[in-house]
Ligand binder design. Structure first.
Ligand SMILES: [Zn+2]
Length: 225
């Protein structure tokens, strides 16, 4: 996505997260920041301490993005899978180390928490629907709004975020890779995200499904916020 030059970095810690993990506990920053009791002090000093950051905003930022939607599920254009009920967490390609806290601390010298202002990592979104449409992104498949939070690098035209979750989906009949017979189970799978689903017809977005009213919501709910 073309999002222009970076402007600033903000910290967004929503009072109410848009998604919970499967156990129902709120998802917060990666949970392994607390030092292990017996770890040597020299290694502890390399553990990032950004959990002390004071938030700039307390509600998620909302941007626009596009996904591919097929038999393999919902994916970013780069191929990363999005899962119902789980926030997507950005990883810099230099920070894919998994393992114990000490493994990560050892790798800290050549990796970082995504996103960083001087890097290209993070979950991308466009700031405005107008810009999103004028760049032609919606032709790639299913598009919609995403909640963004955590560390966010704001660019001229968009954002790179640490965490993201779909807020709304907009389906375009012409861009769907399914026959009508195939679409029903796929739609039901999409509802598992709990994100409102709209369908685009004659330039209008019409509510197809919402968390509060299910399929066939009243047409008074047709506007995408
Ligand atoms: Zn990076």
């Amino acid at each position: 996505m073309q999002i222009g030059k970076p402007l600033r970095t903000v910290i967004v810690e929503p009072l109410k997260l848009p998604v919970s993990d499967p156990t129902g506990e709120p998802i917060s920053d990666p949970p392994d920041r607390l030092p292990e009791p017996n770890a040597p002090q020299a290694e502890l000093e390399q553990v990032p301490t950004e959990t002390m950051s004071i938030p700039d905003y307390i509600s998620p930022v909302v941007g626009y993005r596009v996904w591919t939607w097929n038999v393999l599920g919902l994916k970013s254009l780069c191929g990363m899978s999005w899962h119902p009920g789980q926030s997507l967490a950005a990883r810099c390609k230099a920070s894919t180390v998994v393992g114990t806290l000490i493994d990560r601390a050892k790798a800290a010298g050549d990796s970082h928490t995504a996103p960083q202002e001087n890097c290209t990592c993070g979950i991308y979104a466009i700031k405005t629907l107008h810009r999103f449409r004028s760049a032609g992104y919606e032709r790639y498949g299913i598009y919609g709004e995403v909640y963004l939070w955590g560390t966010i690098v704001e660019h001229e035209l968009g954002y790179r975020a640490q965490f993201a979750y779909p807020k709304t989906f907009v389906l375009q009949p012409g861009a769907m890779p399914f026959t009508l017979a195939e679409i029903w189970p796929r739609l039901q799978a999409l509802t598992l995200f709990g994100s409102d689903i709209f369908v685009l017809g004659n330039g209008e977005t019409i509510s197809l499904w919402s968390k509060s009213s299910g399929f066939g919501a009243p047409l008074s709910h047709t506007a995408v916020e």
